[in-house]
Design a protein around this ligand. Structure first.
Ligand SMILES: O=C(O)[C@H](O)[C@@H](O)[C@H](O)[C@H](O)COP(=O)(O)O
Length: 230
């Protein structure tokens, strides 16, 4: 079962979560000389990324990558790489080593082998994975009803190309095995709709129905859920 942290507002949650992540990165660097961090895109992480960017630590020893990416140009408005470059990879954290998921391949499926190779060169397992969740229970780009969901949930590769059933772009995503290999998994949710989905996901049921269950219905990997009211 996950550990829950409850907050009344997003900014308070983001500040505390950034502090928690920074402490784990600092411990990882002290212990192993390096740290690695994979971040989700979307709206939720933005305040955490901004708070982390200003946090003084030896960012030159931190590898930063993505939990998933939309297969769009890195300067496109909904690129997760763009989100990181405009938030986290500024200030002291600009010294971090960023490993992108988007490359020049025509589509995510053609691009996946090179990403898999790039991820094979990242210190593994990842120290930290920060997940978000959609109101359909997806996490990363592991969407209910996606044709690649089964492979994403059970395959041994670190990354997978996905065509979401209802999202506009192909995606490149970490797989469940890559996420659960991490030393620490964080899930950030806010608002009543997501809290209701989260409560359902804690109950027994098919992971394919609510893919966030991959993180919640296991005890091998430490998972912290950071919940804010709005
Ligand atoms: O690329 C993405 O969109 C994310 O990785 C995705 O899995 C996200 O975490 C959820 O869709 C929640 O998004 P919000 O935080 O915007 O609600």
């Amino acid at each position: 079962m996950p550990t829950e942290h409850l907050f009344t507002n997003n900014d308070e949650a983001a500040a505390h979560l950034a502090t928690r992540i920074a402490a784990l990165l600092t411990d990882a660097i002290a212990t192993r000389g390096t740290a690695s961090l994979a971040l989700s895109g979307g709206r939720s992480p933005k305040p955490v990324l901004e708070a982390l960017a200003a946090t003084p630590l030896d960012w030159s020893k931190v590898v930063v990558t993505l939990v998933d990416e939309r297969w769009v140009a890195p300067d496109a408005p909904d690129s997760n790489e763009r989100l990181l470059r405009e938030t986290l990879l500024t200030g002291p954290a600009a010294a971090a080593h960023f490993v992108p998921m988007k490359n020049d391949a025509a589509d995510a499926y053609a691009g996946q082998p090179a990403v898999e190779a790039a991820f094979a060169a990242i210190p593994w397992p990842l120290d930290i994975v920060l997940l978000g969740m959609g109101e359909d229970g997806h996490t990363a780009s592991l969407f209910p009803a996606a044709a690649e969901l089964a492979d994403g949930l059970t395959g041994t590769a670190r990354t997978i190309a996905v065509t979401p059933p209802a999202a506009p772009h192909q995606r490149l995503s970490l797989t469940a095995s890559a996420i659960l290999a991490a030393r620490h998994v964080f899930l950030q949710i806010s608002g009543d709709a997501k809290k209701a989905v989260y409560a359902r996901a804690l109950e027994d049921g098919p992971v394919e129905q609510l893919p966030i269950r991959l993180a919640l219905r296991q005890d091998a990997t430490p998972v912290e859920v950071w919940i804010s009211a709005q």
